[in-house]
Design a protein around this ligand. Sequence first.
Ligand SMILES: C[S@@+](CC[C@H](N)C(=O)[O-])C[C@H]1O[C@@H](n2cnc3c(N)ncnc32)[C@H](O)[C@@H]1O
Length: 189
Amino acid sequence: MLEAILPFARTLLRNAVKAGDIAVDATAGNGHDTLFLAELTGSEGRVYSFDIQEEAIENTRERLKKHHVEERVVLLRQGHETVREAVPEIYHSRVKGAIFNLGYLPGGDKSIVTRPDTTIRAIEGLIDIMAPGGVIVLVIYHGHEEGKTERDKLLAYVSRLDQKLVHVLRYEFINQKNDPPFIIAIEKR
Ligand SMILES: C[S@@+](CC[C@H](N)C(=O)[O-])C[C@H]1O[C@@H](n2cnc3c(N)ncnc32)[C@H](O)[C@@H]1O
């Protein structure tokens, strides 16, 4: 009955992102979320997808090609902290959803991880440019050491966000072993 973490992340995005909207995959990785968002935005919308690793950009490009949706996506080999500049201003009020899958690239170099300072800069940029009702979904992986630091810094940051500006939700199974991932969702009011 209770939706698991990754399906719930998708439910939130599905509720927020409709055909013709703009969406952001802040951590492209192997491209699963970019593909999912491209299916939601349709051919009239756009997905801006970021990753700092060439391997991730290439894996994502391949996945999009296989599903014939590569023209819906702008793939950027740069940090998500540049989101405000990277998404053209004319699209700003059409950004309805963003996803961050934090941590390291599955099957890739585990020393390259997301970092709290850049993650927070990206969230700030997204809150600024997003349309009211837009949702930012963060999937927090805190099994590794840097993940614990990122979790603590992010929780401190999001719990101080002004409730007149955003609603912040934490969705987490609290009796599972081995630090399972959990969600923070930020909805712009
Ligand atoms: C957990 S993986 C993402 C998994 C992905 N959602 C998928 O479907 O496979 C995290 C990714 O974030 C990327 N990353 C790390 N720092 C980043 C930054 N500042 N901006 C964008 N991507 C970053 C890593 O290179 C890695 O590929």
